[in-house]
Design a protein. Sequence first.
Lengths: 190, 125
Amino acid sequence: MIDRKSPDEVLIDAAMGGDDQAFRMVVERFMDEVSRTVTGVLGPVPEIDDVVQEVFIKLHRSLPSFRGDASLKTYVVRMAINKSLDALRKRKRSRWMQPWSSEETWDPPSDLSSDAEITGQERNLVLRAAVNRLPESQRAVVVLRLIEDLSTEETAKVLDIPYGTVLSRLKRGLEKLKKDLGNAIDLEQG
Amino acid sequence: MKHTTNQSHHRDPQFEASDALVSSLRELVEHERAVSMMTMPTERVMRAVKLAQAGGNRIESWLESELLSWFKPVFVAGAIVILGLAAFNFELSQQNDFNQSTTEMVLGLQPVTVASAYDLSFEDH
């Protein structure tokens, strides 16, 4: 009988055998998913790069324990969301320990000029503030379900929670988002 | 990569997110990612993975060899000290006239006598 392996398994086998190119392919393949998930949870903060790196370092270390029960994407996104939530908790702890932390005042570099861009930036600030006000359980669901566009089943697998819990958290998260956003964003368009 | 609006979320009847909100959230994250992340992330990740791998292996093997090299002499020295103390206690206990058990002699326990029980010295207690 021919042992047919999925492309994921072939890549993992090669990476575990010390093939740097194979692991590079894994990194390139999932960089968007990981960086979007991390950014979605944390926002535009300087530690995004560090968290993304930690996700891939952890992935590299845990490749031998990947048994293929879930898809590699689910496995990687689960690591990304867990690392992001860890970083979020760490940030909250450090803010509590050091209320004068400069993290809140960090601004991403920008060279906006036109009115449209300024309006876009204001809109983003309002939206980010609303996302940041979500409890972390709802934020994780909103990020995975709406931003990362995972299905409800995939989201449930990634977060290891029941299907119904994903739906209820998403519902509550959306209600809170809409309430917080008010009229800042025209939610009815499109 | 520009993330296109997928309509899969409309499969859930409970889901009432408008396309405008979903698009806004995705645009927000794409914008934040673009301004926050440094360039060439794959190269930096590969470098970090190699460093972590090399560093991790080095630390693990160093710790293992250090623990092994320190454990043996510490164990031997500790065993010699304990045996020496036990022999000393045993030898000392044989010189008195009290009827002690071997355990009491090895551990160097003081014999409990009627006189010592009634001795109300504050220094001993």
